[in-house]
Design a protein around this ligand. Structure first.
Ligand SMILES: Cc1ncc(COP(=O)(O)O)c(C=O)c1O
Length: 466
């Protein structure tokens, strides 16, 4: 029951931090000097991540202190949903306590909701590199936003038109377009991936995209293989024929400094609950596409953004929490990315994600080094330690003689949290014949994971190997 207190402040967050060198990142070794496609970099900060202090980072996540029957929780379930930063919890509680009101009113709490909306849209624009908060739309989650936009975008598709979808995407960026295509009599062309490299077959693009192509939808980072895809290349090919481009960035946003201007896409979706915030989704939509769309809105709703493309009353608390999650990332930039707290938000975000990327490379290296030689271990994704810039820290695997469900159950008994299944990577799991075999085990590392947790997981998996 509410005791009149805000949740205990864990804000070491506000304190300046003397970062100590606990991990040494060799950018060349990990291939990190090559920037992943669609991401930006503050070049002068590329080496600053050496000061990463994982204990300081972990202190920002209250859930990391929880234990059950004395056994600490090891959260390797981040690709399904990350843990939440303390400032997010505080901000959301504060909104619900002090400013519960709809927007657009004459009174104080309603003004506060107006401010929350404005600040949250501005923060997401800074996160994604959008030029204006009017290019951001909040929704329940990415899937429902893609459904919503698909209805507006497919509005004028005709029989004989084509769209290109991929066999690697989460179904959230496939299913809505399949339904729209079926409704409009539009042909679907499929961009496949190479089952050896777990990368798109880019060489097929020329044969798939043509003057009839109305939409190309692809993903930035795979939620099953961890591959970071060259979305710039795909988007450029689609734009050359005037197709609408949709990038699913749900799995890249928590790990990489995205830049929608570099990607050049019309639409890009991400979800705050994957990047340390609450359950909410966001869609970036270019002003050009936005203004061509016939908005799916109720008649009295304002034509102004974001109302034009945000049906109904939004979750103000989720918007406030999303802004706080983005501030958490910016705080990483201040602590470990070498930027001042006074630097523009975008700069602090980029520096924070750059520092996180570098730290996560050490985690990936540890995992891949440790797991080598576990009998019967089969990784679904690139296992190269020299190309860590080609993946996010999401590892999917099988063991020869245990089902994925058995493995995650055995891990859960040690309080190690991971997922088994296909994670809605429906086409990919079908393509690899995994659907009827229980899929794969998926463990996700995050900037709050420590090396001991990686070792614990590796050791637990090794015990299960044959
Ligand atoms: C790559 C990817 N796309 C889309 C989604 C769906 O996101 P949401 O749950 O916000 O609809 C997920 C969720 O795991 C995902 O990993």
């Amino acid at each position: 029951m509410w005791n009149g207190q805000f949740p205990r402040t864990v804000l070491a967050l506000a304190r300046p931090v003397n970062a100590v060198s606990k991990c040494c990142v060799d950018f060349d070794n990990y291939g990190l000097n090559a920037r992943p496609p669609g991401t930006t970099r503050l070049k002068e900060h590329a080496m600053i991540a050496k000061g990463w202090d994982i204990e300081v980072v972990r202190a920002a996540f209250p859930a990391l202190r929880l234990a059950d029957e004395g056994i600490p929780r090891v959260y390797l379930d981040a690709p399904g949903g990350s843990q939440v930063a303390a400032r997010v919890i505080e901000r959301m509680s504060e909104v619900m306590l002090k400013s519960c009101a709809n927007e657009g009113g004459a009174f104080r709490t309603s003004h506060e909701s107006d401010r929350i909306m404005g600040d949250a849209h501005t923060a997401v624009a800074a996160l994604l590199g959008a030029t204006s908060p009017d290019e951001i739309v909040f929704g329940l989650n990415s899937t429902s936003l893609i459904f919503y936009f698909s209805r507006m975008i497919a509005h004028d598709w005709r029989a004989g038109d084509e769209i290109v979808l991929t066999r690697m995407d989460h179904d959230g960026n496939v299913g809505p377009w399949v339904i729209a295509a079926e409704e409009r009599g539009v042909t679907i062309r499929w961009l496949d991936f190479d089952p050896e490299t777990f990368e798109y077959r880019y060489e097929a693009l020329d044969g798939l995209i043509n003057s009839r192509t109305r939409l190309v939808a692809c993903n930035h980072a795979s939620n099953i293989f961890g591959t970071v895809n060259d979305v710039c290349r795909i988007v450029a090919a689609a734009k050359a024929v005037g197709a609408v481009t949709m990038v699913d960035a749900v799995q890249s946003t928590p790990h990489l400094p995205l830049d929608v201007a570099l990607i050049g896409c019309d639409l890009l979706a991400c979800s705050a609950y994957k990047f340390f915030g609450p359950h909410a989704g966001m869609m970036f939509v270019t002003a050009g596409l936005r203004d061509r769309l016939k908005p799916l809105k109720v008649r009295p709703a304002s034509w102004a953004m974001p109302f034009r493309l945000s049906p109904g009353t939004p979750s103000f608390e989720a918007q406030a929490g999303t802004q706080a999650a983005i501030e958490h990332i910016a705080w990483l930039g201040e602590c470990f990315g070498g930027v001042s707290a006074l630097a523009p938000l975008r700069e602090r975000i980029v520096a924070g994600l750059e520092a996180a990327t570098a730290y996560e490379a050490t985690l990936m290296d540890r995992f891949l080094t440790g797991i080598v030689g576990v009998p019967g271990f089969e990784l679904y994704g690139t296992g190269s330690r020299n190309r860590l810039n080609a993946r996010v820290p999401t590892f999917s695997f099988r063991l020869a003689k245990r089902s994925p469900q058995e493995i995650v159950q055995a891990l859960a008994e040690r309080n190690i949290f991971g997922w088994a299944g296909d994670f809605y990577a429906y086409e990919a799991s079908g393509r690899l014949g995994l659907r009827d075999k229980g899929g794969v085990v998926r463990l996700g590392l995050s900037h709050y994971t420590n090396l001991q947790e990686v070792d614990l997981a590796v050791e637990a998996i090794a015990r299960l190997g044959d």
